[in-house]
Design a protein around this ligand. Structure first.
Ligand SMILES: [Zn+2]
Length: 167
């Protein structure tokens, strides 16, 4: 168990990243900014902000933005998440985000933090969403990024070169 696994205060680097994401939130309709930052088991940090839309239903939560960034980079597991809101007590993830977080790691620690850092709620993904929906078989190993293929990047160039060689 890592040092911060029992800590009631969030990892400083994650808090900084979540605050930066909070500043970047696009929330012109609600005015409610949210910043999230997660740390993968390999120590990489991915952040996300809420991004709203004139078509309200298309708004994306900060937690989901962070998960999208993580998965898009080929990472599949995280062990810590910080969510920042300018409220005290700090806001908790919505139900949809709890399910999205649960997809990648039930055991991850979660810190909900007010923007000024004065209010902190320490919890876990599992505590936020007991009885999460899953589909069997649920093996993250089966969903690792596909390996690069040897000719994937050059097939287009080869076709151009072949046409250039025509008489
Ligand atoms: Zn949400």
């Amino acid at each position: 168990m890592s040092a911060d696994a029992r800590a009631s205060t969030p990892p400083a680097a994650l808090l900084d990243a979540a605050r930066e994401a909070w500043r970047n939130a696009y929330a012109p309709y609600s005015g409610f900014r949210v910043g999230a930052a997660l740390r993968t088991v390999d120590g990489r940090v991915f952040a996300g902000a809420n991004v709203e839309n004139a078509s309200y239903g298309l708004a994306r939560c900060a937690e989901q933005s962070a998960i999208q960034a993580m998965a898009s980079a080929g990472e599949r597991r995280f062990d810590a998440l910080v969510v920042v809101t300018d409220t005290a007590p700090p806001a908790a993830p919505c139900g949809a985000c709890r399910q999205v977080l649960s997809e990648f790691d039930d055991e991850a620690r979660v810190w909900l933090v007010s923007l000024d850092g004065a209010a902190v709620v320490a919890t876990t993904v599992a505590a936020l969403l007991p009885g999460a929906f899953t589909l069997p078989p649920r093996t993250l190993a089966a969903h690792t990024p596909a390996p690069a293929t040897a000719d994937a990047d050059t097939s287009g160039d080869a076709a151009v070169e072949a046409s250039d060689d025509r008489p």
